[in-house]
Design a protein around this ligand. Sequence first.
Ligand code: GDD
Ligand code: MN
Length: 358
Amino acid sequence: MSTAVSIIIPTYNERDNIIALVRRIDQALSNYEYEIIFIDDSSNDGTAEVAAALSPKYPVKVIIRQNKRGLASAVVDGLGYVKSEVIGVMDADLQHPPEVIPQLLKEIGSGADVAIASRYVEGGGCQGWGLMRRIISKGAIFLAHLLLPSTRKVKDPVSGFFMINRRVVGNTELKPTGYKILLEILIEGEFQSVAEVGYTFRTRSGGESKLNARQQIDYLKHIYSLMRRKGELVRFAKFCLVGLSGILVNMGLLWLLTEFVGLFYLLSAAISIESSIISNFILNDFFTFPDRRLPGAKSFFGRLLKYNLVCVAGLGVNMGVLWLLTDFLGIFYLVSELGGIVAATLWNYTLSILWAWK
Ligand code: GDD
Ligand code: MN
């Protein structure tokens, strides 16, 4: 009989949680064939020994790595040891209740390629989290949704508790940094459908969390690396280039209309600002966002209208920052304007990818 599911569990100093964890998994999976693969980074509290001692009674394998190389990389290594076509990933500290595993299996059984235990769908939550942790968690997810658009359909793309079909990662090289192996799989994996199952992230039962500022920096590095791999950095560079071309259009027209057509300079300015917005829009539509263009005239003009509104508001952002830096911080106005331009560019880009070219 083939193993129905292989569960990869990265561990670092989790001695006090292992026995309860394995018992609860065994109970939850009493109707399934399963195996557990612990990937231990040479814990110094005897985690690996406790786990190995369970192997006569439970289908447990223990892989020991020599250096502490991180959660996500432990999961990637674990993929090399699995027997089954269905692969689960979870933490060892019982913050991920094993009783949820059968629900994930059910989603995979009914056709999902990726099934995620999610804190942010109905039935999900976090036990005992203060406001600060909630904000950090939501902020991290917002950043992923903003900068890696293909994650937007997933409410909890940073969950550490999920299940996949082996083929999702069969042909891909995974290069995660830090903790968020699911994010890497959602970006680099091959899959059609994703399901999320609500669950409550429990308080830790024993040992300590290894999450610290280092992981938060790693998270930013990971997002940056994924953006680079997916061409999102190039996209931003293109957007900035188009912005520069807009300045040329704007200034050139202002000069032409004022000097040669003889219009009052403020009228010329109004015309040239709008012209540069339109030329930016057309360039961005074909050059920066070719993959996000819905066909049809209605959608084209819809995007144009949205981009226009974004830019007008962006002008407000530019002036606001210029005024704040100059009047309140006493910075020379031409230097302040550099801040204004950076702020407006970030504003325009953010709203463009979130709204105009959603
Ligand atoms: N092998 C190995 N190497 N395992 C590690 C390492 C490491 O360097 N660092 C942590 N682990 C193991 C821990 O032993 C635990 O089993 C699991 O990875 C999670 O570590 P925690 O330190 O408990 O993380 P957390 O509770 O703050 O965050 C977890 O839950 C979040 C919400 O689902 C992680 O899974 C996050 O990725 C997840 O977003
Ligand atoms: Mn934990």
